[in-house]
Design a protein around this ligand. Sequence first.
Ligand SMILES: Cc1ncc(COP(=O)(O)O)c(C=O)c1O
Length: 418
Amino acid sequence: MLKNTKISDAELYEIVCEELERQENNIEMIASESTVPLEIMELSGSIFTNKTLEGYPGNRFQAGSEIADKLEILADERAKKLFDAEHVNIQPYSGSTANYCVYSSILKPGDKVLSMRLDQGGHLTHGSPANFLSKVYDYDFYGVNKDTELIDLDEVREKALKDRPKLIIAGGSSYPRLIDYKSFSEIAKEVGAYFMVDMAHVAGLVAAKVIPSPVPYADFVTTSTTKTFGGPRAGMVLCKNEYAKLLDKGVFPGCLGSMHLTTMAAKAWLFKHAATDEFKNIMSSILVNGRKLAEELEKRGFRIVTGGTDNHIVMVDLRKKNITGKLFQNALDSIGITVNKNQIPNDPQSPFVTSGVRIGVTSITQRGLRGKEIEKIAEIMERVADAPEDTTNLDKCRRDAHELISRFPLYPENSFND
Ligand SMILES: Cc1ncc(COP(=O)(O)O)c(C=O)c1O
């Protein structure tokens, strides 16, 4: 795939090869990552890179759009069919920009928005003080119940009644359980708010119908096409027909510039692929692997936030092990298992240290790891947590982790040889 770069820029070529080797040899368990099919990479770098295009099929700002129009119409039709959605806008560049597009479609500066707190599972683009949106809109936040660690719908309703927000958002980055979209939509109706679901993390599971879909309940559904979906680095928005015009105007010219036709082609491929049994089986296996990992870690003395998982995310509270998220992340990284430190609900530690880690099973499931291997990963994690600074222990764990992952090639041999 890189035969020209290899000749014209050997230094850069080397960096890409190093990353390929790192992924090949590591057990990748960052919850937002996946091992994408090779077609996604091929299409993400296709001839469509050369074409600049704005607007919508039949109403473009540039000539020479007939073929790109076919592409966008095909992607739209496939996405609508896959998610049983009334309308889709496939132009957003990522999950973050998909969210900005919805805000630009329906909100005015100063409007009130109710969303999930970042430190209890939400996302930066849902109004975190660290994001510029917090200066544009007036955010309030709900969290999880202190005892169950599940979304506190009573708090959502109370705050919705008090704030009368224009928009209520559900969905997050580190929430391991199903979300009651129906109750959220009822609260939104009661207070006259739009209801948006950000399904960035779980879109693949929704597409495969192995977990419930927010589409029947939400006015707008945003997503990344990476993460469980396993597609290109891009995004999209689904909505009801009544908001189609509003959304399309909010996306372009409201928020974005020219379309990324390359990732749009990769999205079109993904929407067809996601309807296959092969994809559905992998998504089912992700749920099985997630539950298995939670059980195996719990058996080994880790506390699992909410007591388990309904998706690809396992949130681990490390306090019983007397180590921080930062130390555990670094120790695991040093032996070839990649996770990220993450605050747990009501975490006494800062976001830079944390009491927990977020672990995802998407990438390893796509690579073929199942029950026995999940058990082995939990066992290695226990050994690392028990002596995270003992180099003899870490050396043994590194050998075991490498032996395990080397039995599951990232891609078929010679996939990247030109
Ligand atoms: C819930 C949620 N929304 C949006 C995003 C942003 O997606 P992207 O990285 O595609 O911009 C993320 C990323 O992790 C996320 O977890």
